[in-house]
Design a protein around this ligand. Structure first.
Ligand code: SAH
Length: 201
């Protein structure tokens, strides 16, 4: 996976390469698909959701430029795979998932693998997690129709957010950076994620 899907396609950040070599992706893959855990595509994890394709995860992590002392928010814990990668790269990871069952399964696997710097939450992550803001980095694993203002507001000065934006078949990653208090948006790769579901207030 690391050689053929990541390095060969230009992923060069050694911290990310090492983290992706270390985190056992099969542990986060449901048993019917475990033999495909290191293949180049997303896989079902139940509740109509998927564990993201390794290459797109690497692209998102590279864009986010997570530093060892960063406080990170992840929206859409899903399997917990990206949570584990963020836990390897950052000091503290807050992760929120709206499906209680997925959140509980991910929590159990992350605990079993010994990640102690992860704090899992159940809820609507489109509103972020204001009680622990601001964040140095925010990674969103589900596609929003437009940039969620609550998430932009929870970024620290110099903070970065990577988020897929757009409808089903026309999504693009956006990298938001806060400079002098203002969000700057950079359009990145095209992508395909499950939708970010916003719960009614
Ligand atoms: N990075 C995860 C991706 C899981 S798919 C992985 O590789 O396993 C995206 C996840 O976002 C799904 O689990 C879905 O339930 C969750 N999600 C969608 N809308 C959400 C919201 N508003 N708040 C929190 N989680 C959400």
């Amino acid at each position: 996976m690391v050689a053929e899907q990541l390095r060969a396609r230009g992923i060069a950040d050694e911290r990310i390469i090492q983290a992706m070599a270390r985190v056992p992706r099969h542990e986060f893959t449901p048993s019917p698909y475990r033999d495909q855990a290191y293949e180049d595509h997303p896989l079902p994890i139940g509740q109509g959701q998927t564990i993201s394709q390794p290459y797109i995860v690497a692209l998102m992590l590279e864009a986010l430029a997570v530093k060892p002392d960063d406080k990170v928010l992840e929206v859409g814990t899903g399997s917990g795979y990206v949570t584990a990668l963020l836990a390897e790269l950052a000091a503290e990871v807050f992760s929120i998932e709206r499906h209680a069952r997925l959140a509980e399964e991910a929590r159990a696997i992350l605990a079993r693998l010994g990640y102690r710097n992860v704090r899992p939450f159940v809820g609507d992550g489109s509103q972020g997690l204001p009680e622990h803001a601001p964040y140095d980095a925010i990674l969103v694993s589900a596609a929003a129709l437009k940039l969620p203002p609550a998430l932009v507001a929870q970024l620290a000065e110099g903070g970065r957010m990577i988020i897929p934006v757009g409808p089903g078949d026309a999504q693009q990653l956006q990298l938001v950076t806060i400079r002098n208090g203002q969000p700057q948006v950079q359009l990145r790769e095209l992508c395909r994620f499950v939708p970010l579901v916003e719960d009614e207030p």
